[in-house]
Design a protein around this ligand. Structure first.
Ligand code: XMP
Length: 530
């Protein structure tokens, strides 16, 4: 599958975040955008002239795990500091900058990790203007700068780092030893904003909402008068991507929604009715519920289930695509493109730049046969999830879809521990609907990353309901808090909310006589049970 050339979707000159390793760069890029300034992550291995060719409005050097004087440590090309572009170094980036400009970085034996008090010596400086003289900063360093480069003022210190912040307004070069991007640095965002707005003189007018126009224009140009397909899952990403493309090219877009019967209560209807009404997309719904159920009959192994669901999805989508390509083709208007809801974190994680992102296997329509080769349109590839939500709202995508929590592609298929059957799906859907309703009613939607409800279909336990003994199934509530699903903690849902969910499920869903709460973090537990 070929990739559309990456055009400048967002015409603003970016703030480049140079990634020196570890996990900081993406977070920095998000913080920059929170200051309404457009940012892009580039690897530190990218050549300086390539970075400068992007005409960056400013450059931020991220933290990283190495020591600047180590063999093989990522290098900072001094050309970046001499190009007249404002630069801000953080942690490793700060040390690399100090070293490149002629200061000294050494292992002093005074390492600092975690929350550390910093003394600001000039509260009117570019970085610290409007902030208190003492602030808590998040440190993570074994090496320290012991002397500042010539011509740079030292504007903050900690007990382990006498040179903890440097500033040079003439060359517009700045740096701090700590991590302003993490929340534990109490004035971190203010320091970053001061760099962007005061140091680099940027205007802070970039918002996800006002990029809609440029995204739409870009999609229009890419697609021209060709036709385009989109596999709609009901999730945020594919819905917003489809809404955007439909805004750009109207009914040249056809969306395919495969109803595999593994969605939660009401979700298929939300796509088929509300989404279509709100956005006007041309939607083909394929009712493949029977096909998925019979393919899953007798299967309990989770990976086997995933494979089957993935395989059936491709089959159904392929058939629908063939029908659309074959039937609706207008002279000179072949179906040439496929919309994908790839987001920026996928792009960065797969090496940044123009590489195709890793698409989760069950959604991976990349393995389509030769007669169904499409070019990809990925209109959200430069946006983070929260920005995608803003774009969605701007496009009028229904709020229930925009604010939908993550839901796995194989759906309820991997939330039934045991074989998937129509009856079991009904039981799980009923329990899940109650849990979702009560968590929303308690105002917890935004505190919870997602809350799988899991049916332990092969487990039975004894209970008593009314006058009789029961022998029913347990369901597990798995509310988790997370930033990115890589790690997670169980959400401390108030007891009274849990009590209400438990009472309602056991009263209203006849086959369920126990509700249990999963209190495991990730790791060691994953979010889903299968
Ligand atoms: P785990 O269970 O690995 O889940 O902690 C991390 C995140 O990924 C989702 N998930 C999936 N999403 N296909 C998907 O599209 C899958 O097979 C799959 N398995 C887990 C899960 O809901 C969570 O958000």
């Amino acid at each position: 599958m070929s990739e559309t050339p990456h055009s400048e979707v967002l015409s603003d000159r970016p703030v480049l975040v140079v990634d020196f390793g570890a996990q900081y760069a993406q977070l920095i890029a998000r913080r920059v955008r929170e200051a309404n300034v457009f940012s892009e992550v580039v690897p530190s291995t990218m050549a300086a002239d390539e970075m400068l060719a992007k005409e960056p409005a400013a450059i931020i050097l991220s933290g990283g795990p190495s020591s600047v004087y180590e063999d093989g440590a990522p290098k900072l090309d001094p050309a970046l500091l001499e190009a007249g572009v404002p630069v801000f170094g953080m942690c490793y980036g700060f040390q690399a900058m100090v070293q490149a400009l002629g200061g000294t970085v050494e292992r002093t034996g005074l390492s600092e990790y975690g929350s550390t008090p910093a003394q600001v010596s000039d509260t009117e400086s570019t970085l610290f203007n409007g902030q208190p003289a003492e602030q808590s900063v998040w440190m993570s360093h074994g090496d320290s700068a012991t002397s500042a480069p010539e011509g740079m003022r030292v504007t903050a210190a900690t007990s382990g780092a006498p040179v903890a912040a440097i500033e040079d307004d003439e060359r517009r070069l700045y740096g701090v030893q700590w991590h302003p991007e993490v929340m534990h640095s109490t004035f971190g965002q203010r320091v970053l904003e001061n760099f962007l707005l005061r140091g680099a003189g940027l205007s802070g007018e970039w918002t996800a909402a006002n990029v809609v126009e440029s995204l739409v224009a870009d999609v229009k140009e890419t697609i021209g008068d060709k036709r385009v397909l989109c596999a709609l899952s009901g999730g945020v990403d594919s819905s917003v991507a489809a809404a955007l493309v439909q805004r750009a090219v109207g009914d040249q877009l056809t969306c395919v929604f495969v109803d595999h019967g593994l969605l939660r209560s009401g979700e298929a209807e939300q796509v088929e009715k509300e989404f279509v009404e709100a956005t006007g997309v041309d939607l083909v719904v394929v009712d493949a519920r029977e096909q998925f159920l019979s393919a899953l009959a007798g299967v309990s192994d989770p990976e086997e289930k995933r494979k089957i669901i993935g395989r059936e999805f491709i089959r159904v989508f392929e058939q629908a695509a063939r029908d659309i390509v074959g039937s609706g083709e207008r002279e000179g208007h072949p179906v040439e493109f496929l919309v994908q809801g790839t987001l920026y974190p996928d792009v960065v994680e797969s090496g940044g730049g123009t590489g195709t992102a890793n698409i989760k296997s069950h959604h991976n329509v990349g393995g389509l046969p030769d007669d169904l080769q499409f070019k990809l349109v990925e209109p959200l590839r430069l946006l983070f999830k929260d920005e995608v939500r803003q774009v969605g709202l701007e496009l009028g995508v229904p709020e229930v879809i925009v604010w939908r929590q993550p839901f796995p592609g194989p759906g309820l298929g991997i939330r039934i521990v045991g074989e998937v059957t129509a009856d079991r799906l009904d039981i799980l859907r009923a329990a899940d609907e109650i849990a979702r309703h009560e968590l929303s009613a308690a105002g917890l939607d935004r505190d919870i990353w997602q809350c799988p409800v899991v049916l332990l279909a092969d487990v039975r336990s004894v209970g008593v309901q009314g006058d009789g003994r029961t022998y029913g199934h347990p369901v597990v509530l798995r509310p988790v808090s997370s930033e990115d699903a890589m790690t997670a903690d169980w959400t401390r849902v108030p007891y009274e909310v849990l009590a209400k969910i438990s009472t309602r499920i056991t009263n209203e869903v006849r086959e369920v006589n126990r509700v249990v709460l999963d209190v495991t973090s990730k790791p060691p537990g994953t979010i889903e049970w299968e």
